[in-house]
Design a protein around this ligand. Structure first.
Ligand SMILES: [Zn+2]
Length: 654
């Protein structure tokens, strides 16, 4: 998610420019001596139960004892996850906004557990009267029944009311009398309907105008049952979103004539719906490098785009994705192109932008999305984009779904940062099945890292800013990210976006691009299509980097605190015939030392050391300047390095 609201100024601050230290020349090798002070800030009490020096929650240990997770960060030898496959038939009536569907779900209990219930998520039930909500909703969007369930069967038997339990946004089926054994399969059918919320407060879903819709969270979806906690129990209240089981989808969506549908997955029947001119354009765009208009609003108005039919019935298929969303409009423009995402195989991703003519930024979006996907595949994270299709739809939010984004127009600003942010979510939380309800920093932090680094690269350093962390760092709203996301409210945003984005940028600087990329690739190879949790991330990066990074993870993710460096003094080293700048670490969160030095003879020098100088708990760091020169001024820090007190970052010769 990327909310444009009161936070937009903070989110889009262009103050920072990524300093590509990994590519920078470290002008000169300066003798640097680290003073080892007492390492109180970095000390810890190792848990007797856990093979990590980090604080380890007791309740997660059973997964390691049972071998479903490993201390080296790999999935354990006994790792399992459940799965659900969906066949869905749905229709949307634009005039009434009524969505109706029927689905067959095949659920695979791959766990070693006997399941005494099955849990469906009914996310639209946050609009049910009395429902729990993180945000206000428009009163007219609230209904007594929420999602109407008209039929529910389990293995061919109707599930009567006594066996159903509706609470918050869940529908549980009681299986106490007929539990689902380990390593077995169940089949369920559900018929349901509800009315799409149309109020101004609706976000994520969008009734964008009377004939344009973005539809997420729309079908009864099986909740995750995992090895760490059993059934996921965080209701959807509007903030904490994804944690879904991987699934195959076979979805049919019926719309009145004149409507186009865009959705997760690959469209199966373009030639049945579009006249040849337009289906040929659609086909051509699948291999084209340039952006092609599949159709424009003007062409839709003129008629002749669609074959005559009583209904436009769209068929989509998607494999191994954790969710399915769709969108529909009868007047949106459609641009499409494609991009090679895997140089080894030549595999391409089909990239679309669907938009209102009034959105003047949107003609750039297909190009930006395709170029962004290319950079994601080759640079950061530097891992082939996993999906065959990606559509950015001009909705009302900044919101990601597998292969779909609901992105508001950003005009007159560039849509680049928002587009990159939402598209890059493909990796986290989708390809890597992150539990965002508990650890949003494991996906929002990365999307924020990508939106900055990739926008910076794509735009030639003119677009993209680091989210400001200095202002909030060390306040009582700067909660360590390891506190579960669902337990945060006003502290959620910083813990999920700002602080982890700054941590990952510091990590890139620390490891250098090659090692960082290696660790990322190992992490993705190990956990693609699975559910990595925080210690799988920390331990994999420790393992893949060949170094124990706990000293870095601890202050950034587990501790209260803040980053704050200062120039303590500039002293003469008579023996070495040079001056020495002493940098003091006043805060516990480790950040790079970056100095711009000017000498009295007018010469200048840039000095950069990664956060590794603080690894062993040092509280000060000595930097020897050029022999024979006198420091006129020194400026510590840079806009991309958070520092809560910058008043002590400058030295000028008295
Ligand atoms: Zn996001």
């Amino acid at each position: 998610m990327f909310r444009y609201c009161s936070l937009s100024a903070e989110v889009l601050t262009k103050a920072g420019r990524f300093f590509p230290t990994v590519l920078s020349t470290k002008a000169g090798r300066f003798v640097a001596a680290v003073f080892f002070a007492t390492a109180t800030l970095f000390s810890f009490l190792p848990s007797a139960a856990a093979q990590t020096s980090l604080f380890f929650p007791r309740n997660l240990k059973k997964a390691y004892d049972k071998g479903t997770r490993s201390w080296d960060g790999k999935p354990g030898p006994n790792y399992w996850q459940n799965r659900a496959n969906y066949v869905i038939n749905a229709s949307l009536e634009p005039k009434t906004r009524r969505l109706s569907g029927e689905e067959t779900v095949t659920y695979f209990n791959n766990s070693p557990d006997t399941l005494k219930q099955i849990r469906f998520k009914l996310q639209h039930d946050r609009y049910r009267k009395g429902g729990q909500r993180a945000y206000d909703v428009t009163p007219s969007d609230i209904s007594d029944e929420g999602v109407r369930i008209e039929n529910l069967t389990y293995n061919g038997q109707a599930v009567d009311d006594k066996k159903r339990r509706r609470a918050s946004t869940f529908l549980d089926i009681d299986l106490k009398d007929n539990p689902l054994p380990p390593k077995s399969t169940a089949t369920m059918t559900v018929n349901w309907s509800y009315t799409l919320p149309a109020g101004e407060d609706a976000a994520r879903e969008c009734v964008c105008d009377s004939t344009t819709f973005f539809v997420p969270y729309w079908y009864p979806q099986i909740a995750v049952y995992d090895d760490l906690r059993g059934w996921a129990d965080a209701p959807y209240t509007g903030t904490y979103e994804f944690y879904h089981e991987f699934a195959d989808y076979d979805v049919t969506i019926s719309m009145p004539p004149g409507f186009q549908v865009w959705a997760t997955g690959e469209w199966q029947n373009a030639a049945d719906i579009l006249e040849k001119t337009y289906s040929d354009r659609w086909t051509k765009a699948h291999t084209a490098a340039e952006v092609i208009s599949v159709f424009s609003e003007k062409e839709l108005t003129a008629g002749g785009v669609y074959k005559n039919a009583k209904q436009n019935i769209f068929k989509f298929k998607a494999s191994d994705v954790p969710d399915f969303a769709f969108a529909a409009s009868d007047h949106f423009n459609w641009d499409a192109t494609s991009v090679v995402v895997d140089d080894k195989t030549g595999r391409r991703t089909f990239v679309s932008a669907a938009y209102n003519t009034a959105s003047t930024d949107y003609p750039q979006v297909a190009r930006i999305a395709a170029d962004g996907i290319r950079l994601m595949s080759t640079y950061l994270p530097g891992y082939p984009f996993p999906y065959p299709s990606m559509t950015v739809f001009n909705g009302n939010d900044g919101m990601e779904y597998p292969m779909m984004c609901n992105d508001a127009s950003t005009a007159p600003r560039s849509p680049m940062t928002l587009t990159i942010h939402e598209v890059s979510h493909t990796y986290f939380p989708f390809m890597m099945g992150i539990n965002e309800q508990d650890y949003a920093w494991m996906d929002e932090g990365w999307a924020s890292f990508f939106d900055y680094t990739l926008s910076d690269s794509l735009s030639g350093h003119t677009i993209g800013g680091v989210r400001g962390y200095s202002g909030i760092a060390g306040t009582d709203n700067d909660v360590p990210p390891m506190v579960k996301s669902r337990n945060l409210s006003s502290a959620y945003r910083n813990a999920s976006y700002q602080r982890p984005q700054n941590a990952y940028l510091t990590l890139l600087d620390l490891l250098g691009y090659e090692k960082f990329h290696h660790c990322m690739s190992v992490y993705m190879d190990r956990w693609k299509g699975k559910h990595p949790a925080p210690f799988d991330f920390f331990n994999t990066w420790n393992d893949a980097s060949g170094q124990n990074l706990d000293w870095f993870w601890r202050p950034w993710f587990f501790e209260w605190g803040y980053p704050d460096l200062a120039i303590q003094s500039v002293v003469n080293d008579d023996a070495a015939k040079c001056q020495v700048i002493i940098v003091e670490r006043k805060g516990n969160i480790p950040v790079p030392v970056h100095l711009e030095v000017e000498h009295t003879d007018g010469s200048k020098q840039t000095i950069h050391h990664t956060a590794a100088v603080w690894k062993d708990g040092a509280t000060s760091f000595r930097i020897a300047c050029m022999p024979g020169k006198t420091v006129k001024s020194a400026q510590l820090g840079q806009k991309t390095i958070p520092d809560t007190d910058q008043k002590d970052n400058r030295f000028t010769t008295p």
